[in-house]
Design a protein around this ligand. Structure first.
Ligand SMILES: *Cc1c(COP(=O)(O)O)cnc(C)c1O
Length: 401
């Protein structure tokens, strides 16, 4: 069957909750993907940063297969020999001392919300059902009903109400507004250190540090959603490190599973994650041995292959080269590490048509919102391949001039 047949079948039988580019991928290795016609593409999206280690990293695939041959699922009714080791290794890597494992990013965000609420009732003395968690405008934290309850994106919310209460919204990047929004019932503030889905939006310098100070002063938890920015993408293990900030809770997902398996987690210290007791939260698949074996190897690959350092060095250099492209369509090039946004002027006719042209040149990336092209290749990428990409990008900007 060719791409056309498969696209037709997908559109007939699959729900239309996505608008993918019309490329049908059948295999991938490292930074390269291949469609069913055998055409080769450079992956410049990395499954929204879930494939930081590259596609089918041999060590991660081996860990997956070896574990699949031994034990895949026990549920948490019994213990398994992989979860304790992942928990310890994640703590050793990040400096937190407790972990709660889930599967998808949205589930881990929900878990962070539940943790903060429970902490507020048990430790802070907030009256029952009054806890508030402050979120930011233009946030993206996932798609469950509670998580979209604090979205400010009309498309994410329309026709999905009624929503979960208890989530005041403040403008992203505005520490003063945050401080004003805090009440005695505020349990936490939830922020992305860089808003990736919103279009690679960086807060003003010093914002995260101010948020941390305000949280400490008011006995409010600082929750960082590092699902997309974490694990090396921005050139630090966590993007919050750019301001030397240590959030009270960090949510991770995406590349924790090395592009092989969904794995997410909430990280915090014992005074916070210690609020849980048996029976009050859980997940059938959370902490399963297959997920844990994959995550352990995914973390080791990040460390052994110096992916954090690679993202920092190559990202900075690549962004410089992008800034040198002369095109009246480009409004701004911004980002950190290998999380880069190219914002176009509205007159450019939308980022989508640029992504479609780039696809024809063998470069796969995706628009985010109307006018931003996101560049986020796997962190294993080398200069030669970035230069290959740069050439294609220049070609397309010239063609669509
Ligand atoms: C992708 C993402 C999520 C949601 O993760 P899912 O695995 O799709 O549920 C949450 N927050 C951020 C910042 C993300 O990038």
């Amino acid at each position: 069957m060719d791409s056309k047949d498969l696209i037709q079948i997908e559109d007939l039988y699959g729900a239309h909750n996505y608008h993918p580019l019309d490329v049908v991928v059948t295999k991938a290795q490292g930074i390269w993907m291949y469609d069913v016609e055998g055409r080769k593409y450079l992956d410049f999206l990395s499954a929204y940063s879930a494939v930081n280690q590259g596609h089918r990293h041999p060590r991660i695939v081996k860990a997956l297969i070896d574990q699949a041959r031994k034990l895949t699922l026990t549920s948490r009714a019994f213990r398994n020999d992989q979860w304790p080791l992942l928990a310890k290794e994640l703590c050793d890597l990040t400096g937190y001392n407790m972990v709660l494992p889930m599967n998808s990013g949205a589930e881990a965000v929900e878990t962070a919300v539940k943790t903060a609420r429970k902490w507020a009732y048990m430790k802070k003395g907030v009256p029952q059902d009054k806890a508030e968690i402050i979120a930011c405008t233009n946030n993206f934290h996932g798609r469950t009903v509670t998580v979209i309850s604090f979205s400010t994106e009309a498309d994410y919310r329309k026709d999905f109400g009624p929503f979960t209460p208890g989530f005041p919204i403040v403008p992203f990047g505005d520490a003063e507004a945050l401080e004003k929004a805090i009440t005695p019932n505020t349990a936490a503030i939830l922020v992305e250190p860089i808003q990736a889905e919103a279009g690679i939006l960086l807060p003003p310098d010093g914002y995260l540090r101010r948020v941390a100070e305000i949280c400490r002063k008011n006995n409010v938890l600082f929750i960082a959603d590092e699902i997309q920015t974490g694990l090396g993408r921005t050139g630090k293990l966590f993007a919050c490190e750019y301001e030397n900030v240590r959030p009270d809770m960090v949510v991770v997902g995406k590349s924790l599973g090395g592009g092989c398996y969904p794995v997410s987690a909430v990280l915090a210290d014992r005074e916070i994650l210690g609020v849980f007791k048996p029976g009050d939260h859980g997940s059938t698949f959370g902490g399963n041995p297959l997920a844990c074996a994959v995550a352990r190897e995914s973390l080791r690959v990040i460390k052994d292959e110096k992916l954090v350092e690679n993202a920092a060095e190559r990202g900075e250099a690549f962004m410089e080269k992008l800034r040198k492209i002369r095109s009246r369509h480009i409004k701004q090039v911004r980002g950190r590490g290998l999380l880069i946004g190219v914002e176009l002027h509205p007159a450019a006719g939308g980022a989508r048509r640029f992504c479609e042209e780039l696809m024809k040149e063998g470069l796969l990336c995706k628009e985010t919102h109307e006018n931003v092209i996101r560049f986020a290749p796997p962190l294993i990428i080398r200069d030669k391949d970035l230069n290959w990409a740069l050439k294609r990008i220049k070609t397309v900007f010239k063609r669509l001039a």
